[in-house]
Write a protein that binds this ligand. Sequence first.
Ligand code: PLP
Length: 369
Amino acid sequence: MLEVLQSGWITTGERTARFEEALREYVGTRHAVAVNSATAALHLALEALGVGPGDEVVVPTYTFAACGEVVVYLGARPVLADVDPATFNVTRETAEDALTPRTRAILVVHFAGLPAEVMPLLELGAERGIPIVEDAAHALPASRAGRAAGTWGRAGAYSFYATKTVTTGEGGMLVTDEDAIADRARLMRLHGLSRDAWSRYTTAGNWAYEIEEAGFKYNMTDLAAALGLVQLGRAEEMRRARERIAATYQAAFTADPLAGLVEAPPWPPRGTVHAWHLYPLRLHGDRMRAGRDAVVAELRARGIGTSVHFIPLHLHPYYRRTFGYMPDDLPIARREYEREISLPIYPDLSAPDLMRVIEAVGEVVTGLA
Ligand SMILES: *Cc1c(COP(=O)(O)O)cnc(C)c1O
């Protein structure tokens, strides 16, 4: 970052190009287009696929706000799908329930960093002529049979938000094998201009540009890209550290006395690499005197911060008001959300702190049983 500052060129330029190249190589796609958020990448991907007014996009309800709102940006309608109760991921069956003749894309989220069962979804997409777009905001690095999550569909989006596995403070990347999607996203990420500032003001450049489309302001800065290059180099080492934490949790939560009171998340099958962005534990509230919210409060009182991922989209006021969703319309997501608690998982979590979390969860949960 100091080198970028000293160079005098702090916005989109040579570092951003290097970060795109590094990420493209890392995940194995033809193109990587750097932007300032995964939200921007998802928006650009759907825009490039031609989603517009009157269209529908299938979005799993068990996800972050971004997934639904990018569909609304384009004047289209997000049609929410339920998820698999074990993985929280959308499946062929739950996506199929949400299809209509107006469906123009299916968004697949790799929840917590565990790759979704994409093959049946890709088959569904191929049968119906519907593109699959991947939200891989949790899934860098994650893979199945050696292929990176985010690279199976027509386009994929990674997030470099502050809490994500690889961060640039704020940032995102769209990846695709298709020249047309990449070209369109490059045009639209910077005001629809025929040439960005880097290509206008370097010695080989030319001051002139044309506005080809009414685009967006989604470009990544070279300051962010400098962070991203270093972070990407550490991505696997940081993933291994999270995997060790997950394995320690797993051993504690699948053994007595906790095994009957909590449900550990699914461990990935052989050949699947889990990014472990989140560690989503579930509580057997029916076997306890109080539910998830009480556990969150008691852990907080002991100085342990947790979170909940996610409040399903269909439970939020905007979706209820605008599209008429009712809480039980997507019952699996609702039920799993009500008993989910995300435990601390990050590369610098020390072994003593990890033990403290496990002990505290044990005490709180058995205390309520
Ligand atoms: C964080 C997140 C996003 C949005 O990422 P930004 O880079 O903050 O725009 C999208 N989808 C999911 C599932 C996320 O967790």
